[in-house]
Design a protein around this ligand. Structure first.
Ligand SMILES: *[C@@H]1O[C@H](CO)[C@@H](O)[C@H](O)[C@H]1NC(C)=O
Length: 395
C-alpha cells in the first residue's frame, strides 16, 4: 500500500469567475481538511480526500432553513455572509463554476433532495433548493433497500460510474430526508507526463523514513514552483487543459515539518500563498510526481463538529424550522471520494450523502456502551453494590 504524504489542496480554480470572492469557502475548506485529517489519522488512515465544496453546498442550503444556535454555528463555521441575499449570490456563483465549457475539461455538479412523502416541506425551502439546482423527489424511506439502490444509481450516473455503492440500506434507517450532492471532475494536464519515463521510486514519511514505493512520473515542463516559508512547504502548481482554468497544487512540507503542522498552517494562515507565486511565464521545472489513487469514505460528522457545527447534529437541540413542519436533525453525513492522478491528468468524483431524522423530543438515554452501576440506599446514599458492565459476550 502506498502512502501518499503529499497534501492535496484538491482542485482549485486558477481564476475566479464572475469576480466572486470565494475566500470564505476556502477558509472553511482548509479548516475542514485539517480536522478531517486529524480525525482519520487517529485511526491510522494516511490517505484522505474530501470535497469541502460539496459539504459547503449541502450545509449552506440547510443553514437557510435553520434558526437559533443551529444557524449561528453554521454561519460561523461555513463563513457565510451575514445576509441571505449574499449567501445566495455566493452559492449561485459557486454553482456557476460547474458549468465549465472548455472542451478538454469536465466539471459537473448535481444535487438532489429526497424526502418522505408524508413529510411536509415548506414551499420556501423547496424554492431555495430549486434555486441551488437541487432536484426534489418524494420517496418511501421505509423501504431502505429501494432507497439505497435509487441513491446509489443516482450517484453512479452523476459521477460517471466512479462511485458505486456509497450507501447501504442500514445507513438509511429512520431517515425522513436525504440530501445528496455529487461532483465529477475530469481533466488532462496542460503538460502531460510521458508514461515511458515513469519509474518505481522510494516514498518517504516526514521523518525521512522509507514507507514504500510509488510509480514516479517525470517531465520537464513550465510550472509555478515556490517555497512558502509561512506555511512551511514547497508549492507546485500543475495546470489542466489548454486554457489552464484549473490546477492541482501540491504542497510538499519542508524537511522535518509534519503534515499535521502544515495542515494547521493552511487552516490558520492568510491564503496569499495561493496567489503570490504565480508567474505569467513560469520556468521549466524538473518535476517528479507520483501516480496515485485514493478511494475514501469519510464520516464528516466529527470533523464538522471540530469546525464548530454541533447543534444541527443534536437530536434534541437542532433547529431547522425552515425546512419542514416536523422538527428534524442531521443524523449522518458521509462523503465518498474517488480520485486518480495519472500521466494524462486527473479524474475525481465525490458523493456527499446527508441524512435527516425526526428530532428526539424530550430527554433520552441509550445505555449502549460500557457503564458503571451503583446500588445505593436512597436515604443515606450508602453504596451497597457497585460494578462495571463492559463485555456483553460473557454471561
Ligand atoms: C422495496 O422495494 C423493492 C423494489 O421496488 C420491492 O421489490 C420490495 O418488495 C420493497 N420492500 C418492501 C418491504 O416494501
Amino acid at each position: 500500500m502506498w502512502k501518499i504524504a503529499l497534501t492535496l489542496a484538491a482542485v482549485v480554480t486558477s481564476a475566479p469567475l464572475d469576480n466572486a470572492d470565494y475566500s470564505s469557502i476556502n477558509t472553511f475548506a482548509l479548516r475542514l481538511l485539517d480536522h478531517t485529517y486529524a480525525f482519520q489519522e487517529a485511526f491510522g488512515v494516511k490517505n484522505i480526500a474530501i470535497s469541502p465544496l460539496s459539504i459547503w453546498s449541502v450545509f449552506s442550503l440547510l443553514a437557510e432553513g435553520s434558526s437559533g444556535d443551529t444557524f449561528m454555528e453554521l454561519l460561523n463555521a461555513l463563513q457565510l455572509p451575514n445576509d441571505l441575499a449574499a449567501t445566495q449570490t455566493l452559492h449561485l456563483a459557486a454553482r456557476g463554476i460547474f458549468k465549465s465549457t472548455s472542451r478538454d475539461l469536465i466539471l459537473k455538479g448535481q444535487s438532489v433532495m429526497l424526502s418522505d412523502c408524508s413529510l411536509e416541506i415548506h414551499p420556501e425551502f423547496c424554492e431555495l433548493a430549486n434555486l441551488y439546482s437541487t432536484d426534489i423527489y418524494t420517496v418511501d424511506p421505509r423501504n431502505t433497500t429501494k432507497l439505497a439502490a435509487d441513491i446509489n444509481y443516482w450517484i453512479c450516473l452523476a459521477t460517471e460510474g466512479r462511485i458505486l455503492n456509497s450507501v447501504k440500506p442500514q445507513d438509511l434507517e429512520n431517515l425522513r430526508m436525504v440530501l445528496v450532492d455529487a461532483l465529477y471532475f475530469k481533466a488532462n494536464w496542460k503538460y502531460p507526463f510521458d508514461p515511458t519515463q515513469t519509474k518505481e521510486e522510494a516514498f518517504y514519511n516526514s521523518q525521512g523514513q522509507v514507507v514504500g514505493s510509488v510509480n514516479m512520473m517525470y517531465h520537464k515542463a513550465p510550472h509555478n514552483l515556490a517555497d512558502s516559508p509561512r506555511i512551511g512547504a514547497q508549492v507546485l502548481e500543475m495546470t489542466y487543459g489548454k486554457d489552464e482554468e484549473f490546477s492541482m497544487l501540491i504542497l510538499v512540507p519542508f524537511d522535518g515539518m509534519p503534515i499535521k503542522k502544515l495542515l494547521n498552517n493552511l487552516a490558520t494562515q492568510p491564503m496569499d500563498w495561493l496567489e503570490d507565486f504565480r508567474l505569467d511565464d513560469p520556468p521549466k521545472v524538473d518535476c517528479y510526481v507520483p501516480r496515485f489513487k485514493i478511494s475514501s469514505q469519510s464520516d464528516m460528522v466529527t470533523p464538522l463538529k471540530y469546525t464548530g457545527i454541533h447543534s444541527i447534529f443534536d437530536g434534541q437541540k437542532a433547529e431547522l424550522p425552515g425546512v419542514s413542519t416536523s422538527p428534524l436533525f442531521v443524523s449522518s453525513a458521509i462523503q465518498n471520494v474517488d480520485l486518480e492522478v495519472t500521466e494524462e491528468g486527473t479524474v475525481a468524483a465525490v458523493a456527499t450523502v446527508v441524512g435527516l431524522e425526526d428530532r428526539i423530543l424530550g430527554p433520552r438515554i441509550e445505555v449502549n456502551k460500557e457503564f458503571v452501576f451503583l446500588i445505593v440506599d436512597r436515604r443515606t446514599n450508602l453504596i451497597v453494590f457497585s460494578g462495571v458492565y463492559g463485555d456483553p459476550t460473557t454471561v
